[in-house]
Design a protein around this ligand. Structure first.
Ligand code: SF4
Length: 574
C-alpha cells in the first residue's frame, strides 16, 4: 500500500507502453508483434522499466499520459495527489485514498495497423504484445484490490467501445479524441464518487488548454505540432485540428525531459515539414529550421529524432531539408552502414494514383495526386541526397483496391530500389476513428498472390539495404551470429512450411536467398522458383512495367546498392 493511504489519482499504462525500448522509437513496432513471439526472458529485457524515482513515480511515461498529468496539475489538482507510475510499482502508490486510475493506451486490444498485420503474418497468435500486456494490466492485483474507477484514454481507446469488453477489462469510461479539455472534469467527477459516462467524445481543446508536459516522456518526446489536414481517409491524425506549438512551449517540454534525465528529444508531429506553414501545404523554411535550431542548441540535447513528415514539401524546398541535416549535425539517433543518418516516418501507402485519388487526394498537396509515384521518387532523391533515410509505410487492402493497384505499388517499390529506405508494409485496418471505419479490414486469408508479393518485395528491399547494419549490430550482442542464422533460419522455415503453406515458403525462400551466401543452405529445402517470382506473376508484372513511361535512371535497378544523386526528372506542377 502507498504511503499515507496512497495517491488520490494514479496514472499508468501497460508495461509494453511504459517501456523505453532503449530510446529507439522504431523498436516500439515490436509491441505490435505477437505476444508469443518473444520468450519471457527477452520480454523482461524489452520491457525493463526505468529505475523509478524515490517516491516510485516514473521518470519517463508515454507522452499522452504526461499531457493528462499536466492538464490535471494546471486545473487545480495538487502535485501530491497525482502520480504517474509504472505498473510494477502500482502497489506502492495505491491505497484506500486512491479515487481514480487513468490509463493510456495506443493499442489495448492489438487492433492497430502494425499489430493486426504482423500478428497475422507471423501466425503465432491473434494478440499482439501490446494487447497481452494491456490485459495483464487490467488484471493487476493492485487495481483489483482497490476497486476504483478506471478511465482509459489514448489513440487506442476506441477499441474498448463495446460494453462487454469494457466490463471484462474493468474500464468505466473511455475518452476518445484530444482529452485536455475534458480530463480535469472527468477525474474530478470520479473523485467526488459520481457516475462516469461510459464513452466520452472529447471536445476539442483550445491552444491555451493544452499545457506543456512537466515530467519526462518516453524517447524525450515533445509535441511541436498536432493534426495533419491532408484528409487521408484511413488515418486518425487527420481528424485532429491542425496546430503548431510555439517554440517557448516546445523548449519548456525539452527542459522537462532533460530534467528527468533524457539526452534525446523526439519531435512529435504529424508533419515536421509543415511546422509553422503560413500558406496551405507550403513549407516555411525559417520556422522549420528554427525549431530544429532551438532544440539542438539546448544544452544537454545529444540526440534529435523526428516522428513524421510528408513528401511533397521536400520537393518544394530541398534547401530546407539540407539545412535541417546541417543543423542536426551528428546528433542523429540512427546510423546506416556506420554513418549517422536523419530518419523520419513517411507514408507512401500505394503506388496507384487512382487509389490515392479515391482515399488520399490531399496527400500530395500542393501537387496533383495523379503524379504520386513521381512525387515519391523525386522526394526520395532529395531526402537521400541530404542524408535522410526515411521509414516508409505502405498499405494494402484499401477499399476498392484492385490487382492493377497492387501492381502499381510493386512498380513503385521497384523504382525505389535505388533509394535508402526501410519499408513497413501493412494491412488496411478500419480504425474506428477514421473515415473508412465501416470498411472491411484485410486479413491473411484474403491476401492475394500479388499482395503477398508486395510484402516479399518490401522485406527483400529491407534486407538488401539493411542486413549489414543489422548483422553488424547483432555481432555485438552475446547472441552468436551463426547461431541465430542456423537455428533461427531452420525453425522459421519449418514453422512457416507447416503454418501457411506455399506462398509463405516462397516469401521465406526469397528472403533467405537475398540474405546472402550464409543463408543459401536454406534454399534446397523447398522452392520451385529459385528465389524468383512465379512465372505467371513475373509476366504480368513485366507487362505492366513495359507499359509505364521510362523514367531516366528508374529501370529495374539490379540487386546491388545503387544510389544516384538527385536530379529533377519531372516537371511537377501545382
Ligand atoms: S498525410 Fe499522413 S498523417 Fe496526414 S492524413 Fe495522410 S496518412 Fe494521416
Amino acid at each position: 500500500m502507498g504511503r499515507n493511504g496512497g495517491k488520490k489519482v494514479v496514472l499508468t499504462a501497460s508495461v509494453a507502453e511504459m517501456a523505453g525500448w532503449d530510446a529507439d522509437p522504431f523498436m516500439a513496432f515490436a509491441g505490435g508483434f505477437p505476444g508469443r513471439l518473444f520468450p519471457p526472458f527477452l520480454l523482461q529485457r524489452m520491457y525493463k522499466p526505468d529505475k523509478p524515482n524515490a517516491d516510485y513515480s516514473a521518470p519517463f511515461a508515454p507522452y499522452g499520459l504526461r499531457k493528462i498529468e499536466a492538464s490535471l496539475l494546471e486545473n487545480g489538482f495538487d502535485e501530491d495527489d497525482v502520480m504517474t507510475v509504472h505498473p510494477r510499482y502500482l502497489k506502492h502508490v495505491m491505497g484506500p485514498n486512491t479515487k481514480v486510475v487513468g490509463i493510456s493506451s495506443m493499442d489495448p486490444l492489438g487492433m492497430a495497423y502494425v499489430s493486426l498485420t504482423y500478428t497475422s503474418l507471423t501466425g503465432l497468435g491473434d494478440v499482439s504484445a501490446t494487447g497481452v500486456e494491456f490485459w495483464r494490466l487490467s488484471q493487476h492485483p493492485a487495481l483489483k484490490e482497490y476497486k476504483v474507477p478506471r478511465i482509459l484514454g489514448g489513440a487506442g481507446s476506441w477499441q474498448l467501445k463495446n460494453p462487454m469488453l469494457r466490463k471484462e477489462y474493468g474500464i468505466n469510461c473511455i475518452v476518445m479524441g484530444e482529452s485536455e479539455h475534458d480530463a480535469p472534469e472527468l477525474f474530478n467527477k470520479a473523485i467526488r464518487g459520481e457516475k462516469l459516462p461510459p464513452i466520452v467524445q472529447a471536445k476539442r481543446p483550445t491552444d491555451e488548454e493544452i499545457p506543456a508536459i512537466r515530467n519526462g516522456a518516453i524517447y524525450g518526446a515533445v509535441e511541436i505540432s498536432r493534426g495533419c489536414g491532408r484528409g487521408c481517409q484511413f488515418c486518425s491524425p487527420t481528424m485532429k485540428y491542425r496546430r503548431n506549438f510555439p517554440i517557448k512551449k516546445i523548449l519548456q517540454e525539452v527542459r522537462a525531459n532533460l530534467q528527468s534525465g533524457a539526452n534525446m528529444i523526439l519531435l512529435n508531429t504529424d508533419d515536421v515539414f509543415l511546422y509553422g506553414s503560413k500558406e496551405r501545404f507550403l513549407p516555411n523554411r525559417e520556422a522549420v529550421v528554427g525549431v530544429y535550431k532551438a532544440v539542438v542548441n539546448e544544452p544537454g540535447v545529444d540526440v534529435v529524432q523526428t516522428a513524421h513528415a510528408s513528401l511533397a514539401p521536400a520537393i518544394l524546398d530541398p534547401q530546407m531539408v539540407s539545412e535541417i541535416t546541417e543543423t542536426i549535425g551528428d546528433k542523429c539517433r540512427y546510423h546506416y552502414r556506420g554513418n549517422p543518418v536523419v530518419t523520419v516516418e513517411v507514408g507512401v501507402e500505394t503506388g496507384s494514383p487512382r487509389l490515392m485519388q479515391e482515399h488520399m487526394r490531399g496527400k500530395a498537396l500542393p501537387y496533383d495526386v495523379s503524379q504520386w509515384p513521381e512525387i515519391v521518387c523525386e522526394a526520395y532523391g532529395i531526402l537521400n541526397d541530404a542524408n535522410w533515410v526515411p521509414l516508409c509505410t505502405l498499405v494494402t487492402g484499401l477499399p476498392k483496391e484492385t490487382e492493377e493497384d497492387v501492381l502499381l505499388t510493386l512498380d513503385l517499390i521497384h523504382r525505389m530500389r535505388r533509394f535508402k529506405t526501410f519499408f513497413v508494409p501493412l494491412f488496411f485496418v478500419s480504425l474506428e476513428d477514421c473515415a473508412l471505419r465501416k470498411e472491411k479490414t484485410l486479413n491473411l486469408r484474403r491476401l492475394t498472390d500479388l499482395q503477398w508479393e508486395m510484402f516479399i518485395e518490401c522485406w527483400d528491399h529491407n534486407l538488401l539495404h539493411w542486413r549489414d547494419t543489422w548483422l553488424g549490430e547483432i555481432k555485438n550482442f552475446w547472441l552468436n551470429r551463426q547461431f541465430i542464422k542456423l537455428i533461427g533460419g531452420f525453425l522459421y522455415i519449418a514453422y512457416y512450411k507447416h503454418k501457411h503453406g506455399g506462398r509463405s515458403k516462397q516469401m521465406l525462400n526469397r528472403i533467405a536467398g537475398i540474405l546472402g551466401k550464409d543463408y543459401r543452405f536454406l534454399l534446397p529445402f523447398q522452392h520451385p522458383f529459385g528465389g524468383e517470382l512465379p512465372e505467371s506473376l513475373k509476366q504480368r508484372h513485366q507487362t505492366r512495367l513495359s507499359l509505364l513511361p521510362v523514367i531516366p535512371g528508374s529501370e529495374d535497378v539490379p540487386r546491388e546498392l545503387h544510389y544516384v544523386n538527385h536530379e529533377p526528372h519531372y516537371r511537377l506542377r501545382y
